[in-house]
Design a protein around this ligand. Structure first.
Ligand code: NAD
Length: 535
């Protein structure tokens, strides 16, 4: 079904991850310079139907999505799936599920691995799609596609290493044969956010599939292009008809999937508000509980202690606060600085933020691209105005204008210094390149204040003091902790390297993604006890 030609790039080029910032990527940039314009032209402006029961579907209202880089660039025509299309996709998924489950985990692992190979073969094309669709920098977009490849392979290997989670149990009697199996729930609705449209969609969908569920997948309305490319990789890998459907659209389509009686579980990544509503309604609103695997927002604190290496701290803080324009669940959005190093740290931080290049992320040196939407631009204006009204000094804070800047929402990386300590901007997720600064003298008090939010996703520290590090590791209320990283204070998790579990309001479960406990959550346990005639 896929109609674009593979663009993988020379195999000798180094892989881009979120943390190998010291590598020489000049070859990667040279390759991008050579292909980006042509690949972009090939991707833009096409008709991108949904995929229902193995066939293209235009059943729904057509909408044209525009690139946030330039609102004049049409990403393509997509179709907000009608209730009938949702119903057809769920029915097809129900019909296909028993055979998909019976196929066995070995066959599903082989298909997942082929899908990873297809993503790898089209790495640059998918990364460029992600770049123009979401406004990611080159390195962020390529890193995301590499993450996707590793994610699929990691979960496939987990399935294999656990032999499909099927194992013998103790016997109470020699004639008794006992066994423990994890079995699929049935049909999973998979609902994804805009900001990691490839990796998070693939991570949720492939996990559900590996476990033997079938999938009805809805990408963000801003991310139908990468959604369709990902669907192409899965279908080319041999995912059978009906096992995976793609339905575009926004909240309405998502709500229709969630409300459909044929859905057995939801894997969701997105805002706290929507995830909690799904948990309350779908998860607990029926005659029995149903799984809602929701990964949600964050308000992620970083602590810079008196013993910190301030250069490293400023570098890591800037990457986490402003990478992808602050539109990461793991973005470092609040920094607690020890009074003794406040002035020199802020000097370095403001200088590093001021040096970031803002512009068209198709270009090599651009670190900050556009905000995703007009709503985000308004949120930025309100946040800056709110900080100023509360008496803060705001470094940055401007929306940019002129040329390309008039055709998208571009703003300066922004630091609010001196806000009252109880201000909402310190506690609410903004999803903007907006960092607030707080001060401390006692680290335990700072960590208590950093913990006092609804979220608990990531946290970071810069310190040379072992006792401070231990205190942080023991008391920070978040699922992902980092210390002393120049590549990111609170960002940069990688499959199999950092597990990613949202605590408190950042997730609905006690296990997260990217690690060994993710896949089993897509299955339910069953034991078998069989009395045989003879042992
Ligand atoms: P969002 O919650 O607005 O949308 C997420 C998805 O839910 C989209 O596909 C959307 O169309 C759909 N949706 C919206 N309303 C719905 C409804 N009523 N029923 C069903 N589906 C509905 O989030 P977003 O703006 O796309 O993404 C940003 C959010 O995602 C941030 O809060 C961010 O922190 C979070 N996020 C979390 C993680 C994580 O791993 N914890 C990762 C990435 C993003």
């Amino acid at each position: 079904m896929s109609d674009e030609r593979p663009v993988a790039g020379p195999a000798s080029l180094p892989r881009v991850t979120y943390s190998n910032i010291g590598e020489d990527f000049s070859g990667v940039h040279a390759h991008l310079d050579a292909v980006i314009a042509e690949v972009k032209d090939g991707l833009l402006g096409q008709d991108r139907p949904n995929l229902v029961a193995g066939r293209d579907s235009r059943d729904g209202s057509a909408y044209v999505a525009a690139s946030p880089i330039d609102r004049g660039l049409p990403l393509g025509t997509f179709f907000a799936a009608s209730p009938e299309a949702v119903d057809a996709a769920v029915r097809a998924a129900r019909k296909a599920q028993p055979a998909w489950a019976r196929m066995g985990w070995e066959a599903r692992v082989a298909i997942a691995r082929k899908a990873a190979d297809h993503v790898e073969a089209r790495k640059f094309e998918i990364a460029i799609a992600c770049l123009i669709e979401v406004g990611k920098s080159r390195m962020e977009a390529l890193g995301e596609v590499e993450e996707t490849i590793d994610l699929i392979r990691f979960y496939a290997t987990e399935m294999e290493a656990n032999r499909g989670w099927d194992r013998p149990l103790e016997r109470a009697n020699p004639r008794e044969e006992t066994r423990d199996r994890l079995r699929p729930f049935g049909v999973f609705g998979v609902i994804a956010p805009f900001n990691f449209p490839v990796a998070l969609s693939a991570g949720m969908a492939v996990s559900a599939l590996l476990a033997g569920n079938t999938v009805v997948f809805k990408p963000s309305p801003m991310a139908g292009l990468t959604g369709r490319l990902l669907a192409g990789c899965l279908i080319e890998a041999g995912v059978p008809e009906g096992v995976f459907s793609l339905l575009c659209g926004g909240a309405e389509t998502g709500a229709a999937i969630v409300a459909h009686p044929g859905i057995d579980g939801i894997a969701f990544t997105g805002s706290h508000q929507v995830g909690m509503a799904i948990l309350r309604g779908f998860g607990a609103g029926g005659v029995h509980a149903r799984p809602v695997l929701a990964e949600m927002g964050g308000k992620n604190p970083t602590y810079v202690t008196a013993s910190a290496d301030l250069e490293t701290a400023a570098a890591g803080m800037v990457r986490s606060a402003f990478g992808l324009q602050g539109q990461k669940c793991s973005a470092g959005s609040v920094v607690f600085v020890h009074e003794a190093v406040r002035a020199p740290f802020l000097e370095r931080l403001e200088a590093a933020a001021g040096a970031l290049v803002i512009g068209d992320p198709c270009e090599r040196h651009v670190f900050i691209g556009p905000l995703i939407s007009e709503a985000a631009r308004q949120r930025f204006e309100q946040s800056v105005a709110g900080a100023r009204a509360a008496g803060a000094r705001v470094a940055g804070g401007a929306l940019l204008s002129g040329g390309l800047f008039d055709r998208g929402a571009y703003c300066q990386p922004t630091i609010a210094i001196g806000l009252p300590d109880d201000h909402a901007l310190h506690r609410e997720e903004l999803f903007l390149p907006f960092l607030t600064v707080r001060s401390f003298t006692e680290l335990d008090d700072a960590i208590s204040r950093g913990n006092a939010v609804r979220y608990g996703l990531t946290a970071g520290i810069y310190t040379a003091d072992a006792a401070d590090l231990d205190l942080f590791l023991d008391t920070a209320e978040a699922g992902v902790l980092y210390a002393n990283r120049a590549s990111g204070a609170t960002t940069g998790a990688w499959p199999g390297t950092q597990t990613f579990c949202g605590w408190k309001g950042s997730g609905t479960g006690s296990k997260g993604g990217l690690g060994t406990w993710y896949l089993p959550q897509f299955m339910r346990e069953q034991s078998h006890t069989i009395m045989r005639e003879r042992p």
